[in-house]
Design a protein around this ligand. Sequence first.
Ligand SMILES: [Zn+2]
Ligand SMILES: [Zn+2]
Length: 110
Amino acid sequence: MTPACPQCASTLAVLDVLLRRNRWGGAAPRPRPERWWECPACAWVGAQHRDGEPLRTMRRLSGPDENCPFCGEEESSVVGEPWRRPDGELRRWLVCLACGTGNSLRATGD
Ligand SMILES: [Zn+2]
Ligand SMILES: [Zn+2]
């Protein structure tokens, strides 16, 4: 089932996000557990945790500070909406589309 873009209603395209780090012994990259989609019309990008679940909009980051700290790929990271943990700390979810590394980071600018 292919969802429609939440921004412009175009049909989304599958985005392959593969875990490429720490694949010892020549193991092939494996896909991240989420489904990833991108919009060919408006460049929207997002993830879906399970088939039929709501899409989670991810924002592309740009600029030299947003290069992946793990694989070094430039402007490869996307970030989700921040959420507040039960202890009050604001976190955001950052994923590198090049090497598949996902990170939960403390969000700034609260
Ligand atoms: Zn779109
Ligand atoms: Zn990376």
